[in-house]
Design a protein around this ligand. Sequence first.
Ligand SMILES: *Cc1c(COP(=O)(O)O)cnc(C)c1O
Length: 388
Amino acid sequence: MVFKESERLNSIPPYLFAEIDEIIKKKKDEGFDIISLGIGDPDIKTPDIIVEELKKQADNPENHRYPSSYGLKALKIAASNFYKRRFNVDIDPDSEVISLWGSKEGIANIAYTFVNPGETVLAPDPSYPVYKIGTMFAGGKTVTIPLREENDYLIDFSNINNENAKDAKIIHANYPNNPTSAGCGLDFFEKLTDFALENEILVCHDNAYGDIYSDQSNKPVSFLNAKDSKKTGIEFYSLSKTFNMTGWRISIAVGNSSAIKSLGKYKSNVDSGVFNAVQYAAAKALDNYDGLISKNNEVYNRRRVKVCNMLDKIGLSYFKSGNTIYIWTKVPEGYSSASFAKLLLDKASVVVTPGSAYGSCGEGFFRISLTISDERLEEAIDRISNVF
Ligand SMILES: *Cc1c(COP(=O)(O)O)cnc(C)c1O
């Protein structure tokens, strides 16, 4: 028997790249050596100190029971200390932090927490798909805000019409940005805060790449560094990319206490908190942040420079940024994002993510991930260079 999906699930637009997936599968079956530059998932292992803490805590029977939906006290304290040390932001561990099953979960559930059917949510285009899909699941309507290269992929608030600004319940933002790799300065977060305060909108800032950067000159700031930001928003700080913990499913949201409380109220009705041993391990990661991130950044910097040099040689242009694990690259003249991705797969057995997967404004670009070994990265770009 085939059961009819709910309308909300069924209304997800058909997957644009099913055709590409078909080709990948076929080529793999035929024995081609496929290299994927499409994976936004670190290949470097979780640091030992975090794994050791998990082992220790997993052994303690006190951690075997239901966790709180609002988060473990030890993690909330570690989060507060981390925000102070890393961003010089004061966070009250009792009322301004919640732990999440990853930022993806928090972002999806924030829509159920605040959005009524028919209500408006603002989300950038291109962007991480969950902003839009979470809103749709909750019955809301996403109004997209184009991110343009000529504006360094920052949200241009003058481009949001008054009606949408007045109607909006939530605005999503994400810097350093996936997929474009663009960073932003404190001045941008101040504009975002002013816009949200003026229109009484909840800011949901997705800080998934805040600690992946090439040098001090582009060290990211937090949304919560902006004056009065806590009055109008929260920040999702994911441990996934920074600490190579994508599989652990742990993240925190910090900021506006009333929004945090409401999100916790929603969550307590649909989940119980993350395994306490994982939360202790996350606290360990945050406590040891300073020693842990430089090693990651060394690897990504080396790969970023390598790939950029090779792209320069081939003559493919890309957005220059020292942030994130991505390189946002322009499709050559005469191709669409999808047709170029298909060409690379056909002729070079290399998978890239078409920019249009992140929204219509991503058309004309593709995303390269720096999450495979240096050798494989080199080989992939080498193969691309032989295609045209
Ligand atoms: C990877 C990613 C996430 C996922 O975070 P989790 O904490 O693993 O759920 C969230 N936002 C963006 C923009 C990402 O790229």
